[in-house]
Ligand binder design. Structure first.
Ligand SMILES: CC(=O)[C@@H](O)[C@H](O)COP(=O)(O)O
Ligand SMILES: NCC(=O)COP(=O)(O)O
Length: 243
């Protein structure tokens, strides 16, 4: 089975463009759940460029599936997570100047902090995922830090130019997924996945969940949010069945 986490960050991007209260990220999340999303992902960035604190609070009360809160490795975000108690937290790297997440969390460099946050969040009943590059080093560090879940950064695969480069990046993801499961991790994946590149990743049997946002929100402008979610889920399920 392959699960779809719909990231609704960029519904908030559109809302914030005019400082009004529409489109509502919460409404989008509820539509996504009805359309087949298995969980809702949202990234409360330090700069609040899209998702706001109120979005997180509203969603925590209203979601019927799971809430996967993406957050940076900071005391402020840890406090937020311990107060909100999402089902899942995904620790992601963050740089103010970045357009979007550029790479995986450097678990080795921030090992003590990652392990400490993982312990505190786990003790609060929150499942911890680490957003990492698809490398054995990162996988080993994640296991040592005590994280039960990793999300493999698929950005280099999504941005690869040419069939050879794409196949090479896909092989990295496939190898990392196999190693991750062998090490006892739940392996998810995400970033930059769209209707044209999702199926080879969804076909990797070791991957449990894909988190997809930007492409779904973009497609929703033309087909509506319900259809955009259903179409993405159908592509994923079809690819997994054919694998
Ligand atoms: C961690 C990840 O790949 C995305 O979920 C993240 O949300 C990207 O950040 P933006 O949504 O701000 O582009
Ligand atoms: N962690 C990946 C995610 O939640 C969505 O990333 P994207 O599809 O918006 O690039």
């Amino acid at each position: 089975m392959i699960l779809l986490g719909v990231n609704i960050d960029h519904v908030a991007t559109l809302r914030n463009a005019r400082g009004v209260n529409y489109p509502s990220p919460l409404e989008a999340a509820l539509v996504a759940e009805t359309a087949g999303a298995d969980l809702i992902t949202l990234h409360l960035r330090e700069d609040r460029r899209h998702i706001k604190d109120e979005d997180v609070r509203l969603m925590r009360r209203a979601l019927k599936t799971r809430m996967n809160l993406e957050m940076a490795l900071t005391p402020e975000m840890l406090d937020h997570a311990l107060a909100i108690r999402p089902d899942d937290v995904c620790l992601v790297p963050e740089k103010r100047e970045e357009l979007t997440t550029e790479g995986g969390l450097d678990v080795e460099r921030y090992f003590d902090q990652v392990r400490d946050y993982t312990r505190q969040l786990s003790a609060a009943g929150i499942r911890v995922s680490l957003f990492i590059d698809p490398t054995e080093t990162s996988l080993s560090a994640a296991v040592e830090a005590g994280a039960p879940v990793v999300e493999l950064h698929t950005g280099r695969y999504a941005d690869a130019i040419g069939q050879a480069a794409r196949q090479s990046e896909l092989a990295r993801i496939r190898d990392a997924a196999e190693i991750g499961v062998y090490k006892g991790l739940v392996v998810n994946a995400g970033h930059g996945l769209n209707y044209h590149n999702v199926q080879p990743v969804a076909a990797i049997a070791e991957i449990r969940e894909l988190n997809i946002g930007h492409a779904i929100v973009a497609q929703a402008l033309f087909t509506g949010f319900d259809r955009a979610v259903r179409d993405m889920k159908a592509l994923m399920v079809e690819a997994r069945r054919a694998a």
